[in-house]
Design a protein around this ligand. Sequence first.
Ligand SMILES: Nc1ncnc2c1ncn2[C@@H]1O[C@H](COP(=O)(O)OP(=O)(O)OP(=O)(O)O)[C@@H](O)[C@H]1O
Ligand SMILES: [Mg+2]
Length: 393
Amino acid sequence: MSCIPCCCKSEVKSTSYNQVSNKVSKGRRTFKSLADAMSRKTGSSRHRQITTEILKYGAAKNDVKVLTYEEIAEATNNFGSDCLVGEGGFGNVYKGYMKSIEQTVAVKTLNRDGNQGTREFFAEVLMLSMVNHPNLVKLVGYCVEDDQRILVYEYMTNGSLEDHLLDIGNDKEPLDWHTRMKIANGAARGLEYLHNYADPPVIFRDLKSSNILLDENFNPKLSDFGLAKIAPREGEFVPKTRVMGTYGYCAPEYVATGQCTSKSDIYSFGVVFLEIISGRRVIDTARDAEEQNLIDWAQPLFEDRAKFTLMADPLLKGKFPVKGLFQALAVAAMCLQEEADTRPYMDDVVEALAHLAVHKTDEKDIAGESIKTAGHVESFRAPSGSSFAAERA
Ligand SMILES: Nc1ncnc2c1ncn2[C@@H]1O[C@H](COP(=O)(O)OP(=O)(O)OP(=O)(O)O)[C@@H](O)[C@H]1O
Ligand SMILES: [Mg+2]
């Protein structure tokens, strides 16, 4: 099992975890109670508390602004239907232009009642105040006037990966192979930052194609930090939590036990990466019964390298390098391992994907190259424990 250099950097990781351990424990102790407490405060005392608490962490990385309802309403033509760009579980998303900061923004309004929505709102504000990376969406500001809870982000011109991969209308071109690998690589870098470099380290918990947003050049950014949580330190007891996230993307051990670690994010990344390669939705009830679950569908195909090319999205029309496809499937299979401990770390995934994201002009498409000439092949364990052949990355 040597095609990706995985599981060999734990020493390096434990050192960096220890270095930040004091701040991490402080963050972990206070984060949930802080989010809960803030949801009970009102008016300007909320703003003061958010600012004070973020400063206590000592890790505020962004200048997240407190915005008024009036200026957000003005920016979105009073939340007009002509500005509506999306609708999620949290609420509607509008495109707007904020004069005060001269920036086009995405405005997300919380429709959902109850504590969970409020908790997610404050979790998002706190998390996005404490992280900063080119592959994470920026929170411009927020509004908590009266009953209103509104989040304002940088606007991502190309919407979500889901829009371009799984919900392609006639107005969109399918993503080419190179762009797909670039998106996977950027999303992996965002996760790597959260796991290995954010202070304190963060588990994202809701990775899916609708939470990967794309800018005008199809650079990806992770969005939706409402479910994110501070990661337990290595060796520390992982508490059981209510399983959140989205069905199909959640790791099997998280679903079974409620214990969520960074390895659960890596499983979700494997699911998204397989969606990117195949153009299939993880759960698609419009398909025949045996094809509705992407992972179940892929299982027998992973066992036979002669069938690997069947996993490529038909919309690619054969325009992908065979070697690149094999390597990409190898990465996906390793992330999807049932055993959490045998999944790679995110920096291993980033290293493997960096090669795949480089555009090589001498690469031949499937039409010009037979599977046999695709290069050296090794075996390793597939998600279900079956034999899987993949190329050395
Ligand atoms: N910052 C943004 N810039 C541009 N469009 C955005 C932005 N954020 C969200 N959107 C659009 O709004 C849609 C809905 O996003 P939202 O995060 O509310 O829900 P979701 O991710 O689709 O589902 P869920 O609520 O289950 O996470 C996205 O698919 C995307 O098209
Ligand atoms: Mg989302």
